[in-house]
Design a protein around this ligand. Structure first.
Ligand code: ADP
Ligand code: MG
Length: 245
Protein backbone atom coordinates (compact mmCIF):
# COMPACT_ATOMS: atom_id res chain seq x y z
CA UNK A 1 0.00 0.00 0.00
CA UNK A 2 1.26 3.47 -0.85
CA UNK A 3 0.34 6.67 0.95
CA UNK A 4 2.74 8.97 -0.81
CA UNK A 5 4.74 8.84 -4.00
CA UNK A 6 6.88 10.94 -6.27
CA UNK A 7 7.26 9.88 -9.90
CA UNK A 8 10.16 11.02 -12.03
CA UNK A 9 10.77 14.27 -10.16
CA UNK A 10 13.20 16.57 -11.93
CA UNK A 11 14.73 19.88 -10.81
CA UNK A 12 17.19 21.70 -12.96
CA UNK A 13 19.40 24.56 -11.71
CA UNK A 14 20.97 25.91 -14.89
CA UNK A 15 22.98 23.02 -16.25
CA UNK A 16 22.83 21.09 -12.95
CA UNK A 17 20.14 18.45 -12.56
CA UNK A 18 19.83 18.57 -8.74
CA UNK A 19 16.97 16.05 -8.78
CA UNK A 20 17.08 13.60 -11.65
CA UNK A 21 14.06 11.36 -12.19
CA UNK A 22 13.41 10.66 -8.50
CA UNK A 23 10.64 8.19 -7.71
CA UNK A 24 10.08 7.28 -4.07
CA UNK A 25 7.18 5.79 -2.15
CA UNK A 26 6.10 5.98 1.47
CA UNK A 27 3.62 3.50 2.94
CA UNK A 28 1.21 4.38 5.77
CA UNK A 29 3.07 4.52 9.14
CA UNK A 30 6.36 3.91 7.38
CA UNK A 31 9.56 5.73 8.22
CA UNK A 32 11.34 6.14 4.91
CA UNK A 33 14.81 7.62 5.28
CA UNK A 34 16.64 9.47 2.58
CA UNK A 35 20.41 9.55 2.85
CA UNK A 36 23.21 10.70 0.59
CA UNK A 37 26.34 12.82 0.56
CA UNK A 38 26.25 16.63 0.69
CA UNK A 39 24.96 18.07 -2.56
CA UNK A 40 23.10 14.86 -3.47
CA UNK A 41 19.83 16.76 -3.80
CA UNK A 42 18.09 15.83 -0.54
CA UNK A 43 17.01 19.33 0.46
CA UNK A 44 16.00 20.08 -3.12
CA UNK A 45 13.76 17.03 -3.02
CA UNK A 46 12.18 18.19 0.25
CA UNK A 47 11.59 21.62 -1.28
CA UNK A 48 9.97 20.06 -4.36
CA UNK A 49 7.74 17.89 -2.19
CA UNK A 50 6.67 20.73 0.11
CA UNK A 51 6.16 23.07 -2.84
CA UNK A 52 8.84 25.62 -1.89
CA UNK A 53 10.35 24.96 -5.33
CA UNK A 54 8.43 24.19 -8.54
CA UNK A 55 9.39 20.91 -10.21
CA UNK A 56 10.55 20.86 -13.81
CA UNK A 57 9.04 17.43 -14.33
CA UNK A 58 7.37 14.55 -12.57
CA UNK A 59 4.48 14.25 -10.14
CA UNK A 60 3.74 14.13 -6.41
CA UNK A 61 0.72 12.29 -5.01
CA UNK A 62 -0.45 12.05 -1.38
CA UNK A 63 -3.33 9.79 -0.44
CA UNK A 64 -4.73 9.86 -3.96
CA UNK A 65 -4.47 13.65 -4.29
CA UNK A 66 -2.14 15.09 -6.93
CA UNK A 67 -0.07 17.78 -5.19
CA UNK A 68 2.06 18.66 -8.21
CA UNK A 69 1.72 22.38 -8.88
CA UNK A 70 -0.18 23.10 -5.65
CA UNK A 71 1.12 26.00 -3.54
CA UNK A 72 2.73 24.97 -0.21
CA UNK A 73 -0.21 25.92 2.04
CA UNK A 74 -2.58 23.73 0.03
CA UNK A 75 -0.16 20.82 0.33
CA UNK A 76 -0.21 21.33 4.10
CA UNK A 77 -4.00 21.24 4.00
CA UNK A 78 -3.83 18.04 1.96
CA UNK A 79 -1.83 16.42 4.78
CA UNK A 80 1.80 17.17 4.11
CA UNK A 81 3.72 18.97 6.82
CA UNK A 82 7.41 19.73 7.22
CA UNK A 83 9.75 20.96 9.91
CA UNK A 84 11.67 24.14 9.28
CA UNK A 85 14.84 23.52 11.26
CA UNK A 86 13.84 25.90 14.05
CA UNK A 87 13.76 28.98 11.80
CA UNK A 88 9.98 28.87 12.01
CA UNK A 89 9.86 29.50 15.78
CA UNK A 90 8.94 32.83 17.33
CA UNK A 91 11.98 32.83 19.57
CA UNK A 92 10.76 35.61 21.89
CA UNK A 93 7.34 34.05 22.42
CA UNK A 94 6.54 31.25 24.83
CA UNK A 95 6.21 27.60 23.87
CA UNK A 96 2.45 27.86 24.44
CA UNK A 97 2.10 30.98 22.26
CA UNK A 98 4.07 29.37 19.44
CA UNK A 99 1.81 26.35 19.54
CA UNK A 100 -1.40 28.39 19.82
CA UNK A 101 -0.39 30.37 16.74
CA UNK A 102 0.34 27.18 14.84
CA UNK A 103 -2.99 25.61 15.81
CA UNK A 104 -4.82 28.84 14.98
CA UNK A 105 -3.22 29.00 11.54
CA UNK A 106 -4.55 25.54 10.69
CA UNK A 107 -7.95 26.04 12.24
CA UNK A 108 -9.90 26.52 9.05
CA UNK A 109 -8.77 23.15 7.80
CA UNK A 110 -9.00 21.11 10.98
CA UNK A 111 -11.59 20.31 13.58
CA UNK A 112 -12.10 23.63 15.34
CA UNK A 113 -15.22 25.42 14.17
CA UNK A 114 -14.62 29.13 13.65
CA UNK A 115 -16.44 31.70 15.72
CA UNK A 116 -17.08 29.45 18.68
CA UNK A 117 -17.13 31.31 22.00
CA UNK A 118 -15.12 28.58 23.65
CA UNK A 119 -12.66 28.66 20.76
CA UNK A 120 -9.80 30.01 22.85
CA UNK A 121 -10.14 27.29 25.45
CA UNK A 122 -10.02 24.67 22.72
CA UNK A 123 -7.03 26.38 21.17
CA UNK A 124 -5.16 26.23 24.48
CA UNK A 125 -6.21 22.64 25.05
CA UNK A 126 -4.93 21.61 21.63
CA UNK A 127 -1.66 23.55 22.09
CA UNK A 128 -1.07 21.95 25.49
CA UNK A 129 -1.75 18.51 24.01
CA UNK A 130 0.79 19.14 21.25
CA UNK A 131 3.41 20.23 23.79
CA UNK A 132 2.78 17.04 25.75
CA UNK A 133 3.06 14.94 22.64
CA UNK A 134 6.61 16.13 21.94
CA UNK A 135 7.69 16.04 25.59
CA UNK A 136 7.44 19.78 26.29
CA UNK A 137 4.43 19.61 28.58
CA UNK A 138 6.36 21.17 31.47
CA UNK A 139 7.87 23.97 29.34
CA UNK A 140 4.70 25.79 28.28
CA UNK A 141 5.73 29.14 29.75
CA UNK A 142 9.36 29.00 28.63
CA UNK A 143 10.49 31.50 26.00
CA UNK A 144 11.09 29.36 22.91
CA UNK A 145 14.51 30.90 22.21
CA UNK A 146 15.71 30.03 25.72
CA UNK A 147 15.11 26.30 25.28
CA UNK A 148 18.10 24.06 24.60
CA UNK A 149 18.63 23.28 20.92
CA UNK A 150 17.12 19.80 21.15
CA UNK A 151 13.95 21.10 22.79
CA UNK A 152 13.63 23.77 20.10
CA UNK A 153 13.69 21.00 17.51
CA UNK A 154 10.99 19.18 19.45
CA UNK A 155 8.90 22.35 19.45
CA UNK A 156 9.48 22.69 15.71
CA UNK A 157 8.08 19.16 15.27
CA UNK A 158 5.05 20.11 17.38
CA UNK A 159 4.39 23.10 15.11
CA UNK A 160 4.38 20.76 12.11
CA UNK A 161 2.00 18.42 13.97
CA UNK A 162 -0.49 21.26 14.43
CA UNK A 163 -1.50 20.67 10.80
CA UNK A 164 -2.50 17.03 11.48
CA UNK A 165 -0.22 15.67 8.77
CA UNK A 166 -0.57 12.32 7.03
CA UNK A 167 3.06 12.62 5.97
CA UNK A 168 5.65 14.43 8.06
CA UNK A 169 8.82 15.64 6.33
CA UNK A 170 11.83 15.89 8.61
CA UNK A 171 14.99 17.46 7.12
CA UNK A 172 17.88 16.56 9.42
CA UNK A 173 16.01 16.66 12.74
CA UNK A 174 19.10 15.48 14.66
CA UNK A 175 21.45 18.10 13.19
CA UNK A 176 23.55 19.72 15.90
CA UNK A 177 22.24 17.46 18.65
CA UNK A 178 24.18 15.66 21.33
CA UNK A 179 23.60 11.94 21.98
CA UNK A 180 20.87 12.49 24.63
CA UNK A 181 18.95 14.91 22.44
CA UNK A 182 19.24 12.56 19.44
CA UNK A 183 17.96 9.66 21.52
CA UNK A 184 14.97 11.75 22.56
CA UNK A 185 14.24 12.65 18.92
CA UNK A 186 14.46 8.98 17.93
CA UNK A 187 11.93 8.16 20.66
CA UNK A 188 9.66 10.97 19.48
CA UNK A 189 9.76 9.75 15.87
CA UNK A 190 8.92 6.21 17.06
CA UNK A 191 5.85 7.60 18.81
CA UNK A 192 4.73 9.74 15.89
CA UNK A 193 4.96 6.95 13.34
CA UNK A 194 2.01 5.24 15.01
CA UNK A 195 -0.16 8.04 13.61
CA UNK A 196 1.54 9.13 10.40
CA UNK A 197 4.12 8.32 7.77
CA UNK A 198 7.52 10.00 7.97
CA UNK A 199 10.04 10.95 5.30
CA UNK A 200 13.28 11.41 7.21
CA UNK A 201 16.41 13.04 5.86
CA UNK A 202 19.22 12.44 8.30
CA UNK A 203 22.99 12.19 8.46
CA UNK A 204 23.05 10.33 11.78
CA UNK A 205 23.32 6.79 10.44
CA UNK A 206 22.71 5.17 13.84
CA UNK A 207 19.38 6.97 14.02
CA UNK A 208 18.56 6.11 10.40
CA UNK A 209 19.31 2.41 10.84
CA UNK A 210 17.30 2.34 14.05
CA UNK A 211 14.25 4.15 12.70
CA UNK A 212 13.86 3.46 9.01
CA UNK A 213 11.77 0.69 7.48
CA UNK A 214 13.18 1.66 4.14
CA UNK A 215 16.21 3.69 3.15
CA UNK A 216 16.78 5.36 -0.21
CA UNK A 217 20.24 6.56 -1.15
CA UNK A 218 20.43 9.67 -3.27
CA UNK A 219 23.64 10.39 -5.20
CA UNK A 220 24.00 13.18 -7.79
CA UNK A 221 20.25 13.66 -7.80
CA UNK A 222 19.44 10.02 -8.53
CA UNK A 223 18.20 7.18 -6.34
CA UNK A 224 21.18 4.81 -6.26
CA UNK A 225 19.57 2.18 -4.05
CA UNK A 226 16.46 1.60 -1.98
CA UNK A 227 15.87 -1.11 0.61
CA UNK A 228 15.86 -2.01 4.28
CA UNK A 229 18.82 -1.36 6.59
CA UNK A 230 20.47 -4.72 5.89
CA UNK A 231 20.13 -4.32 2.13
CA UNK A 232 21.56 -0.80 2.24
CA UNK A 233 24.43 -1.74 4.56
CA UNK A 234 25.48 -4.56 2.25
CA UNK A 235 24.92 -2.72 -1.05
CA UNK A 236 28.36 -2.55 -2.71
CA UNK A 237 27.82 0.73 -4.59
CA UNK A 238 26.38 2.40 -1.49
CA UNK A 239 29.38 1.29 0.55
CA UNK A 240 31.73 2.64 -2.10
CA UNK A 241 29.95 5.92 -2.78
CA UNK A 242 28.49 6.85 0.55
CA UNK A 243 29.47 4.83 3.56
CA UNK A 244 33.09 4.97 2.49
CA UNK A 245 33.97 1.43 3.48
P1 ADP B 1 21.74 18.08 -0.15
O1 ADP B 1 20.60 18.59 0.67
O2 ADP B 1 21.67 16.64 -0.47
O3 ADP B 1 23.08 18.43 0.48
P2 ADP B 1 20.93 20.09 -2.08
O4 ADP B 1 19.57 19.68 -2.49
O5 ADP B 1 21.04 21.19 -1.09
O6 ADP B 1 21.75 18.81 -1.57
O7 ADP B 1 21.76 20.50 -3.37
C1 ADP B 1 21.84 19.68 -4.52
C2 ADP B 1 22.64 20.41 -5.61
O8 ADP B 1 21.88 21.49 -6.11
C3 ADP B 1 23.95 21.00 -5.11
O9 ADP B 1 24.92 20.86 -6.12
C4 ADP B 1 23.61 22.45 -4.87
O10 ADP B 1 24.74 23.26 -5.02
C5 ADP B 1 22.58 22.71 -5.95
N1 ADP B 1 21.56 23.72 -5.57
C6 ADP B 1 20.71 23.65 -4.52
N2 ADP B 1 19.89 24.70 -4.49
C7 ADP B 1 20.23 25.48 -5.53
C8 ADP B 1 19.74 26.73 -6.05
N3 ADP B 1 18.73 27.38 -5.47
N4 ADP B 1 20.35 27.23 -7.16
C9 ADP B 1 21.37 26.57 -7.75
N5 ADP B 1 21.86 25.40 -7.33
C10 ADP B 1 21.32 24.85 -6.24
MG1 MG C 1 20.49 19.42 2.64
Amino acid sequence: MTLFSTRGLVKQFGSLRATDDVSIEVAPNEVHALIGPNGAGKSTLVNLISGMLPADGGSIVLDGVDLTGMPPHKRVRAGLSRCFQVTNLFKKATVLSNLMLAVQSHRGSSFLPLGRRDGEAELIERAVALAGRVGLGSELDRIAGSLPHGAQRQLDVALALAANPKLLLLDEPMAGMGPDESARMVELIQLLRRDMAILLIEHDMDAVFRLADRISVLVYGKVLASGNAEQIKSHPEVQAVYLGS
